[in-house]
Design a protein around this ligand. Structure first.
Ligand code: NAD
Length: 469
């Protein structure tokens, strides 16, 4: 059992704040730890701090929360830094998307082949990429032995960029691979008897190994598809693991795309809303259509509103528990978030985010299996060593030990999906590192939405009036 100093940058994050702070409080082997919450938005920071402190009190957890708006203060002496910050917020992303659409780029220029996720900007959020480097550079001075856990997107570009430019120990995390469980559940398999492995890049991972009771389980999936040729109808915009688009990509690539990879498909599934609806299902057409993304953003606003309301009530009444406040405001909890809130007070149910169990594995040698983003260094053949891959790994006190990928990724996936995606990462990083918007124009000249050089030049000119770095 060891206590550590953990700093969460962007601690007001609607998605991560509650999950990470509750996981820390539930991990008894990290008792005595100090957690510094850092954010530039004072209101969000205050709310996250109030909720985390009150939750720790409710759970009788020996975790001390601190708050600061000063990055230097947060990084100094930290053992682990978790970055969840979205510089400019969702408002910036929407502003850029609108400018792109005005110039004829449906869903904005950052929506690209094999990279359609609507808050995963690689071309125009240079301020986000700069912040990644700023944190890593400051850590070299202020907490040189600490680990940087990268949660904020883009994780593929970010992990590659930071690992190439900094000596700091770092790892990127994403929860997308859990979608393997959607396949396991649909096939009615017992989780403990399934042996699975995924490999690729962040948001570009494929189910390389899928065995049940020691036998190949892909024939079971084939049977399911035969019985359900149109896949599964979505319950939410994100419910796409067994959608027609996932099945179509499985047919072409020979392995199942997993999690956010299903969103990151080629142009033929993304031309317009009608096309998206055909492949991702009604009524939303997937998470990244204008309808699906609005659904998600509305939900984020609901969570942020609930968080700040709960914090206000708690501040006024010392004796009230967070649990009381949540019960009194249960109608404000988004429907699909209710189960998560229910598990909030169950000491044995973690959020599913990997960050805190990873810290526990490193600090207390609680060896565990994780899906990590790290530089390839030979794990996936034919991918350069200095490109970040997303792979399963064993983690213990000695660090990250990647698994051998077996069977290996089929050449169809490597040559038709991973190589083009990797080149887009390289182009985006070169444009960012050279601060050269003309390279973004070059990228757009390879985009099927571009009708003329003037169109590409015009949109980049307008967009880069808004970009700071
Ligand atoms: P959000 O806007 O709700 O939260 C981001 C927080 O960052 C806000 O509280 C904001 O005030 C803060 N922030 C902005 N600039 C900052 C700065 N310079 N320093 C410190 N804090 C700053 O965003 P969100 O929807 O919670 O998403 C956060 C990030 O996580 C995004 O990049 C998103 O794409 C990513 N994400 C990753 C995963 C994953 O599994 N890895 C899953 C979902 C979202």
């Amino acid at each position: 059992m060891a206590s550590v100093k953990i700093s969460i940058i962007g601690a007001g994050s609607a998605i991560f704040s509650v999950r990470l702070t509750s996981d820390i409080c539930k991990t008894k082997s990290l008792s005595g730890s100090v957690v510094t919450l850092m954010d530039v938005d004072e209101k969000r920071l205050d709310a996250a701090y109030e909720l985390a402190s009150r939750y720790a009190k409710d759970m009788k957890a020996d975790v001390h929360f601190k708050k600061t708006m000063d990055l230097k203060d947060a990084l100094t002496g930290a053992d682990f830094v978790i970055n969840t910050a979205l510089v400019g917020g969702h408002d910036f992303l929407e502003k850029m998307r609108k400018i792109g659409e005005k110039h004829g780029y449906y869903r904005g220029i950052d929506s690209q082949e094999f990279n359609m996720v609507s808050d995963y900007y690689t071309l125009t959020n240079w301020n986000q990429l700069s912040y990644f480097l700023k944190i890593a550079n400051m850590m070299e001075e202020l907490s040189p032995n600490a680990w940087l856990l990268q949660a904020a997107n883009p994780v593929f570009e970010g992990t590659t960029l930071i690992s190439r430019n900094s000596k700091i120990k770092m790892v990127g995390f994403c929860h997308g691979h859990y979608a393997v469980n959607n396949i396991i559940d649909a096939l009615g398999l017992e989780k403990e008897k399934v042996d699975w492995q995924i490999a690729g890049f962040n948001h570009a991972i494929w189910l390389t190994r899928f065995q049940y009771n020691g036998n190949d389980a892909y024939p079971l999936l084939d049977e399911w598809i035969k019985k359900n040729p149109n896949g599964k109808s979505p319950k939410t915009p994100f419910d796409d693991q067994l959608s027609p688009v996932a099945i179509d990509n499985y047919r072409f690539y020979g392995r199942m795309p997993i999690g956010d990879t299903v969103r990151n498909t080629g142009w033929r599934y993304h031309y317009d809303l009608e096309t998206k609806k055909r492949w991702y299902g009604e009524p939303w057409g997937g998470a990244d259509s204008e309808l699906g993304w609005k659904w998600y953003e509305d939900r984020l606003i609901e969570i942020t509103t609930l968080t700040s309301k709960a914090a206000e009530v708690l501040k006024k009444d010392e004796n009230m528990t967070l649990s009381d406040v949540l019960s009194a405001n249960s109608s404000m909890i988004p429907r699909d978030f209710a189960e998560e809130v229910e598990n909030f007070y169950d000491p044995n149910t973690m959020s599913g985010e990997q960050h805190i169990p990873f810290i526990d594995a490193i600090v207390n040698n609680h060896t565990n299996r994780f899906v990590v983003n790290v530089l390839n260094n030979g794990v996936i053949p034919n991918i350069p060593d200095d490109v970040a891959v997303e792979i399963p790994a064993k983690v213990d006190k000695d660090g990250i030990h990647p698994e051998e990928i077996s069977p290996s990724l089929p050449p169809r996936i490597v040559k038709w999906y991973l190589y083009p995606r990797m080149m887009r990462m390289e182009w985006a990083l070169e444009a960012f590192e050279k601060k050269d918007p003309d390279l973004i124009v070059e990228i757009l000249l390879r985009d099927p939405r571009t009708r003329s050089y003037e169109q590409a030049k015009g949109v980049v000119e307008d967009l880069f009036k808004e970009v700071s770095w």
